[in-house]
Design a protein around this ligand. Structure first.
Ligand code: NAP
Ligand code: F7E
Length: 318
């Protein structure tokens, strides 16, 4: 039976990846952080089929112990401080988790299980102020946030350990991906949740920042499949995972409020404090290498995604 260890298993992607690997017959181990109140909502339905290990990306000893206990064939490093807006408020902590944390886990893999296949969760935020469009694996990075800078470090250290120590380490450069399990602070879920909350009478307005920002949004369930495919290749490599379609935040609002049967202009207000010190204006990825080499293609359109998120939030709040 193949064994996998997922860091960040309590997050959006971790929970979908755990489901996928269980379906494929894996023994699934997850790394979790201790908190005074457990927040395992996204994996509650899987709890009895998972083995959880207390560890933290800030603590090398705990990473070594988790790897020794799990003996994984595959490690998926999804743990990170993942919210871009907060990375300006906690820039050094973001660098520690999201950047140097990657070196800590790579060092632990090298020490405990150098044959293990390793996946690093890189991000389209590394492209930031884009130097070409669409963005590919060869597009130079120009990060625009402390989070993006930390992800560039994590990406380069993964490539460097692959080349220095011959590790089977791959990096997925994933563009934004969302779902019913997306954190409420990210813009798509904030919009779908508020559309549902207004429809069900629990809120009467929605405050947003930059409506003109453009993102390439896909469905998280489709994207975790690409992570798994990367680790099934004989040779480790880097892959852009994206839909190739870009939409504005404004379009996201229009679709979500339409699904809820509401006129968005009556409810949405601009709050300048939600605008970022430096913005990423346009992201659109070219995933043709993943299609060619992994046979991966996105299955869910932007509009389907936003509509299914609104329906899920309406059900949640009703
Ligand atoms: P998420 O929902 O915010 O989940 C992040 C996970 O990381 C949580 O399980 C969190 O645990 C864990 N974590 C944070 N700091 C940690 C630490 N110091 N030690 C151990 N665990 C820690 O993020 P996501 O959307 O699933 O994203 C997964 C990964 O892909 C992240 O690395 C993110 O940066 C990257 N990424 C995401 C996207 C996207 O659009 N979703 C795109 C590109 C890349 P707690 O539950 O304890 O907080
Ligand atoms: O912002 C604009 C905001 O926070 C998207 C993470 O998963 O994807 C995610 O990062 C856009 C930005 O995601 C609000 O200015 C307007 O331009 O949903 P977001 P993100 O910053 O793109 C990348 C690929 C990752 O790797 C990250 O981990 O929406 N926006 N008004 C707003 N954003 C938020 N959050 N809230 C607003 O009110």
């Amino acid at each position: 039976m193949p064994r996998a260890l997922i860091t960040g298993i309590t997050g959006q992607d971790g929970s979908y990846l755990a489901e996928l690997l269980l379906e494929k017959g894996y023994e699934v181990h997850g790394m979790v952080r201790r908190a005074s109140t457990e927040k395992f909502d996204r994996i509650e339905h899987l709890r009895d089929r998972l083995t959880l290990h207390q560890a933290d990306l800030l603590d090398h000893r705990s990473l070594v112990d988790a790897l020794r206990a799990a003996k994984p064939h595959e490690v998926y490093n999804l743990a990170a401080m993942s919210f871009v807006a907060v990375s300006w408020i906690q820039p050094t902590l973001t660098a520690e988790f999201t950047g140097v944390g990657v070196t800590r886990i790579l060092e632990a893999v090298r020490e405990v299980c150098p044959e293990t296949r390793f996946y690093q969760a890189s991000s389209s935020e590394m492209f930031g102020k884009v130097l070409e469009t669409p963005q590919t694996e060869k597009t130079p990075f120009y990060p625009r946030s402390p989070y993006g800078v930390a992800k560039v470090y994590g990406h380069h250290i993964t490539v460097n350990y692959r080349e220095s120590y011959d590790l089977h380490a791959s990096s997925g450069i994933l563009f934004n991906h969302e779902s019913e399990r997306r954190g409420l602070e990210f813009v798509t879920r904030k919009i779908t949740w508020h559309a549902a909350a207004i429809k069900t009478g629990k809120r009467d307005s929605l405050q947003l920042g930059n409506l003109d920002a453009r993102r390439d949004w896909g469905y998280a369930k489709d994207y975790v499949e690409a992570m798994w495919l990367m680790l099934q290749q004989d040779t480790p490599d880097d892959f852009v995972i994206a839909t190739g379609v870009t939409n504005t935040v404004r379009r996201c609002v229009e679709v979500a409020f339409d699904e809820a049967g509401l006129n968005w202009e009556q409810y949405v207000q601009i709050d300048d404090s939600l605008k970022r010190p430096a913005e990423v204006d346009l992201l659109v990825g070219d995933a043709s290498k993943a299609e060619r080499q992994l046979g991966w293609k996105p299955q869910t359109s932007f509009e389907e995604l936003i509509r299914l998120m609104v329906r899920s939030d309406v059900a949640l709040l009703s």
